[in-house]
Every structure is written in C-alpha cells, then in structure tokens.
Design a protein around this ligand. Sequence first.
Ligand code: BGC
Length: 490
Amino acid sequence: MGRMGLGVAAGCAVVTCAIAAALVGRRARSWWRWARVVGVVGQFEEDCATPVWKLRQVVDAMVVEMHAGLASDGGSKLKMLLTFVDTLPDGNEDGVYYALDLGGTSCRVLKVQLGGGGSRIINHKVEQQQLPEELVSRTSGEFFDFIALTLKEFIEREENGQVPGSKKELGFTFSFPIRQLSVSSGVLIKWTKGFTSEDVVGKDVSQCLEEAMSKNGLHMQVAALVNDPVGTLAVGHYDDADTVAAVMIGSGTNACYVERSDAIIKYQGLLTDSGFMIVNMEWGNFWSSHLPRTSYDIALDDESPNRNDQGYEKMISGMYLGEIVRRVLCRIAEVSDIFGDPAHHLSVPFILRTPLMAAMHEDVSPDLREVGRILQESLQTSGLSLKAKMIVVRVCDTVTRRAARLAAAGIIGILKKIGRDGRTKGKPRRTVVAIERGLYTNYSMFRVYLNEAITDILGEEIAQNIVIRVSEDGAGIGAALLAAACSSKR
Ligand code: BGC
C-alpha cells in the first residue's frame, strides 16, 4: 500500500472512531436519560406502595378516627356529622317529588314518581347541567340563583309551563360539608373541590335556595337537605335492606353509614325512635400517618385553596388523580426530554383531567394510540416514543391503584367499626355498600383495584359477603325519597 493508501485508511479509521464515539455517546446519554426517568417513576411507585399490611393500618386508623369524631366535635379530622335522618324510606311514600342534586362539577334536577303501598319507584327523570366554571367563586346570590333557575326551567318543562302554585316539597342534595340544624336545614362548614364563594360559608343553604327559588317565582320548600352519600344510602337501603353504608367517589369523596344513636357520644341523650342515625363522615378529610404520601401530594396540597384539608380526598378522588399524574410527568420532563422540547403545557395545573387519564390508562392498542392522541391534544406533545407512552400509562396505573386501594381500606374501616367486616363477631352477614359517582362506575381499572383490595384485606371467604353495589343517580333520587318520607311524617 502506498503512502496515499495509508493516509486514506488512517482517515477512514479516524472517521469510524468518531462515528463510533458519537454513537456510544448518544447511547450513553439516552441510557442516562432513561435511567433518570426510571428513577423518578421507581421512586414514585415505592412511595405510593399499598401492601396489605399498610392497608390494614389504614383500616384501623379509620376506626380510631371514627370513634374520636363521634366522641367530640373537633376530636378528629373526621367530622362525623349528624344528618337527622333516623328513618329510611320503606316503600310507603307516594306522590311526585322533585330533587336538586348539586355535586362538584354539575347540577342534576330530578323528578321522581313514587307509588306507595310498598311499591318501588315508578318512574324517574334526570337532567344534568354542567356548572359554569366561574360559578365556583361567585357570590351566594348568583350561585343560588343559577341553581334555582335550572330547577325552575326543568319543572316548567315537566309541568307544561306551569310552576307549582302552593308550596311543594323538595329534596336538596348538597355535596359539601354541612352542619345540619334539622333534616331540612344546615349551614355550610367550608367549601371543598375548589369552590371558594366565601359568603356562603356559615349560611343555611336551604334558606339560601328557598330565597332564590321564591325570587325566581318558584314556590317550593326544602323538606330534606342531604349530603350526597346520604341520598345514595337511602336509595340503596330502599332497594336492598342489607345496605349499611354508602360511598361517593367522584370529583370529591365521602361516605356515610348507619350508626347506633348511643354510639354518637358527642350528642349524649340523642334519642331517635329507630335507635339509629345516618352519620355523614366527611371522610375526604380523613388523615393518618399511615397514608402513603409522596412529595407530589404535598406540593399539590400546598398549592390548593384548602391546604391541610381533605388529605384523603386529594389522594382518592377524580378532581385530583389526573393532577397527581401531571405533576409526576412534569418531574419526568425536568430530568429528560422524553416528552419533547419544551413540554410546556405540562406545567398548566389541572390540565390533565381524570377522565383523560382513565382513557390513557385503559388504552389497549399495541402502539398506545389513544395515549399519544390525548397527550398531543391536551399537552401538545407530539411524536412520543412507545417507551414514553408506556411510562405515562405506568404513572396512571400507580396513581389509580393507590387511590382505589385506599378507598377499599376506608370501606373496610367503616364495616369494622360497625362489626360488619366479617371478622368481629358471629357469622359473617351479607353486607351491602352502595357506591356512586363516576370513578367506580366509569373507570374499570379503579373498580378492579378496589374490589381486589377488599379481597386482599379480608381474605376471599369473608370478602364474598361484602357486596359493592353501584347506585345511579341515588344521591338525587334518595333526596326525593327522603323528602317524601319527611313530608309523610308531618
Ligand atoms: C365533600 C362532601 C361530598 C363529597 C362527594 C367532598 O368534597 O366534602 O360533602 O359528599 O365531596 O361529593
């Protein structure tokens, strides 16, 4: 080989080495990038872990807090509120009743026709109206005017343009913590789920609604004011007498159950003919050091309008799950470029809503097409690799699994408190828990994880006696039923 040949060969070797070095460098960078991503996700999974022993600690903590909340006002973060509902509808109620169900993001209006004589509900009609976003911070007047008008328009349509002339009785489901003054009245203790209209706090919400209705020419009076799980429990029990508790898991979360009146120690001397009363736990505010809390939960809480409140709700309910996922994805975007450059929409709080998260989690297409589409539409990230999409699904899974398992532990806590967890005494009895709002019904992975955790905690044999029964529109129908039951008592 001549000199020139040697020169060319040497040149080629240099170029080859440079390419090889560049490739190795790129590989190494990519390896490090993935190592960081896997590190963030792995740590998050570890912090969210809910092994059975931890769930049992949560069950026991729930029982302890229930006792403390029943012993004194302020004795626990669990408020354990009186509802004054001490009889449940039995099928003898009859007539047509309207109800208004004000939830976290929507308002439902209902017409329920009851047959009496032990018959079931003959008919019911529901219409749903999304609450305008700005309503969450409006004044009490504007707030109640909006819902009174929604109800009036519904009744006018149902009654062919007529509105009731004489005072008709209404069931009012108000899905926020209320200190009840009677079965038909109560004051708002505080807002949850992002609502901030300050001038409603401390007011009697039934009175506010009645004033707004009368101002708008609708002459009705609130016969039953109920928190949403109370309505669900009323219908659940009406349909199946083994129903002892009800749980809501939607934008917010809560539970109520049937308690012996003598166990409500803070109201010594509370006498009810039936010997029981439904207690509204306000379990969204439950807190225990056994809850697996991550740095993302802490940051979410710090930036929320109700800091240090609703800790359990912020780990479980629909308003927050998508937001926790977004925060983890944001952290991943900080340590890597797997979401493209720059993944700026990721930094917008609450942009990733839980229904979108559920759709990504449940994407079964081999190339995770739905995940790619949702991320592109909501976060403007394009051309994600399959690996990146798989990471997103993994984060959704971790968040939902923790939420569903913690909710299951809460349910078993209630059953343990009232001796229906199949372990306490005697033979296990069939026990029904009514459940309502979107997460359990519309998010199948949530449902699977919740049911699985019940079996994990109680064991297969005992878990067979626990029936989780889905209730649709129970919160509103239950309010109408309770309004009917209350007016028939008068
Ligand atoms: C409220 C409860 C309500 C629950 C479910 C929570 O944020 O505090 O009163 O029952 O959401 O709607």
